[in-house]
Design a protein around this ligand. Structure first.
Ligand code: KIV
Length: 271
């Protein structure tokens, strides 16, 4: 059966469409984008969600971490992405310390939506009071648990999270609490596939994984990683889809196909 997005008459996707996909067991494909050209290509490949991630601090700006990214950077890149995107649902990250208080979160989420054109904002960690407040003001919120790049100096490195029973339980409880606070999507980054499976099963909102195994409702990767543009060591959870394709368009389509068919991620891309 063709998936609903293909059958629709090109209406921009909403988070309700993504929820319906979870309920039907249809996988959601997501990629990051930071500019108009990639946004248009990703949109044309019928990828449902574009994340303007603060990973731009590393892949666009060349920093070693995401911490230097400013809200102005996020607004600029989000605006470039939304300008070129007709159908995909665009989520923008609230970067480091821009949602440290309810007031800051309100001001910065408003800027990403009003000036950037984002449909949803994403924030790292179980910041329940902030999520609750943003949702009460009409902001659609995506949570983010597991490996949290904004907490890198506390974590001490980009490592798989949730490997002990205690931390796994904490992650499950945090995921439920984020859903109860009103978030309508959750990203799980670099956690064991079995734990991600449990969380995905227990949550009614769509759960998108990156390095979290194949049982999540959808997958997200950094676009530069799937095109082999990134320098340094490719993360284990990622895959270069351009290697077996003759164009960027084909690589993007192959990524969507692999996610939809459950061929990506394989065990080799999971923990
Ligand atoms: O910033 C980002 O691109 C992200 C994804 C890796 C999930 O948060």
């Amino acid at each position: 059966m063709a998936h609903s997005y293909l059958m629709s008459n090109s209406q921009p996707l909403t988070h309700l469409d993504l929820l319906a996909m979870k309920q039907r067991g249809e996988k959601i494909a997501c990629l990051t984008a930071y500019d108009a050209s990639f946004s248009a290509l990703i949109d044309a490949a019928k990828i449902e969600v574009i994340l303007v991630g603060d990973s731009l601090g590393m892949v666009i700006q060349g920093h070693a971490t995401t911490l230097p990214v400013k809200i102005e950077d996020m607004i600029y890149h989000t605006r470039n992405v939304t300008r070129a995107c007709k159908n995909a649902f665009v989520i923008a990250d609230l970067p480091f310390m821009t949602c440290a208080t309810v007031e800051l979160a309100a001001q910065n989420a408003a800027a990403l939506i009003q000036n950037g054109g984002a449909k949803m904002v994403k924030l790292e960690g179980a910041k329940l009071e902030i999520i609750n407040f943003l949702v009460s003001q009409g902001v659609a919120v995506c949570g983010h648990l597991g490996l949290l790049p904004q907490y890198i100096h506390q974590l001490g490195g980009y490592k798989v999270q949730g490997k002990t029973v205690e931390i796994a339980e904490q992650l499950l409880n945090d995921a439920l609490a984020i859903q109860n606070a009103g978030a309508t999507m959750l990203i799980l980054e670099c956690i064991p596939a079995d734990l991600a499976r449990q969380i995905t099963k227990q949550l009614s909102i769509p759960v998108i994984g990156i390095g979290a195994g194949g049982a999540c409702d959808g997958q997200v990767l950094v676009v530069y990683d799937i095109l082999g543009i990134s320098t340094g060591k490719r993360p284990r959870f990622s895959k270069n889809f351009l290697r077996d394709a003759n164009s960027i368009e084909t690589a993007l389509k192959n990524y969507v196909y692999a996610v939809k068919k459950g061929n990506f991620p394989s065990a080799a891309h999971s923990f």
